[in-house]
Design a protein around this ligand. Sequence first.
Ligand code: TNX
Length: 513
Amino acid sequence: IFGLALFLTLAFSSRNFNEKDMSKESLIPIPIQIENYEGNFTITPETVILISEDEEEMRSVASYLSEFLSPATGFELPVKQNSEENKNSGNILLSLSENSQFQKPEAYTLEVTVENVHLQASTPEGLFRGIQTLRQLLPPEIESDKVQNIEWNVSSGKIEDHPQYSYRGAMLDVSRHFFSVNEVKQYIDFLAAYKMNKLHLHLSDDQGWRIEIKKWPKLTSIGGSREVGDTEGGFYTQEDYKEIVAYAQKHYITVIPEIDMPGHTNAALASYPQLNCDDNAPELYTGIEVGFSSLCVNKEITYEFIDDVISEIAAITPGPYFHIGGDESHATSKEDYNYFINRVQKIVKKYDKEIIGWDEIQTADIEEGVVAQFWHSEENAIAAKKKKAKILMSPSKRAYMDMQYDSLSPLGLHWAAYIEVDSAYNWNPATLVPEIAKEDIVGIEAPLWTETIKDIEDVEYMVFPRLPGYAEIGWSPDSLRDWGEYKVRLGEQYKRFKIMNLNFYESPRVPWE
Ligand code: TNX
């Protein structure tokens, strides 16, 4: 009798111990709905990835999944079209569905049973977002690039999910410090893992011009040569830029190029004397002051220059947006500034791109639908809304990833605020500025300015662990967001972050485990 009781207790508790509960998994961003089923699914050497139609984009999403799972599992995970003979259990099925629950292009359903994994969406993009959820349901060892001998269990259940905002992004300033194509790809990997879908590249500033413009080669040979601290700079050839865009596209991320103007233009002014009102080129600048440079608003060559720049960049940018900057133009008179923005607005439209600009652009005659990126002035954001602009939320006190966590942070600035992980998470884009409501907002973007950020390790330190929180603010309904609960989910990423080799900030406000 005792033996039997002991056996039953052990069997029962070990079953309980092994069985995971999907609704208790620490997923970021938190999905809209999770229903737990009994049992686990296990990926094995026999597992096949099945696609509902044999179409190029479906194949590419499925290969992405296969290539993601292979290194740590050591399994081949071939991609095959779904057919009757493949219907045996143990597989991962990706399928497109017309079902009305997938109205949003990024919506997906992930159903895991003991037999199969079934991921459904109306677009390959939706499948890609769902794959990131599957990724987080797997043991953290899945992030390893070496074979790990563990059981690849996924808790079973059903997740139904879609995003709150269509614009969920991060910015990287490649001007103050230059970042290589590979570093930008790593940044894209970070965004993709948390279902972000926009990468804003700040390609020009006083300290460096970072994109090849074929008609104006000195922009890069001179203007791209240095960076903050007077170390060697760099720039992207148009081929490099296309490579970044293609990599982003593979991760369903839209690249938004920014050429900041009329201020923040010292690198361009230093490259071509004729862009200066007095025809004198200034020296290259490697400090970190702002607000001292301006293109010459009253010279026609300025607009020929801008036309060439926008035309060449627009031609290699498949996404709909072009960011014209427009911030901190303290060296341009108000009148000149507005005249300038009005003219540049027309040039961008000529090349069929939609305009994004920092919130200051609202003083010009901006057209309906322009996106004003709120960073410091509520007044500007409200005025922009009155002009029927859409608002992109990047409040510097909350969303600036270049801000120090606290006064002891070794990297970053603090002019806007110290932004600890809780402060970064604990706000709602739809209520932060009382006059700006959810329907006025396209989404959220967390910028990383790089005056003090030199390489990818520095980037990781500023971005982790704040970025997953911004991703959740953009994706998950506000009713599901609570710092007390989120910090536990974030703390449970500890092992995953370690295996991902991230140089992350181990904030004392997060219960790391
Ligand atoms: C303000 S935010 C700037 C940038 C700086 C940043 C540093 C904005 C639109 N302009 O030029 O890099 O502060 O935090």
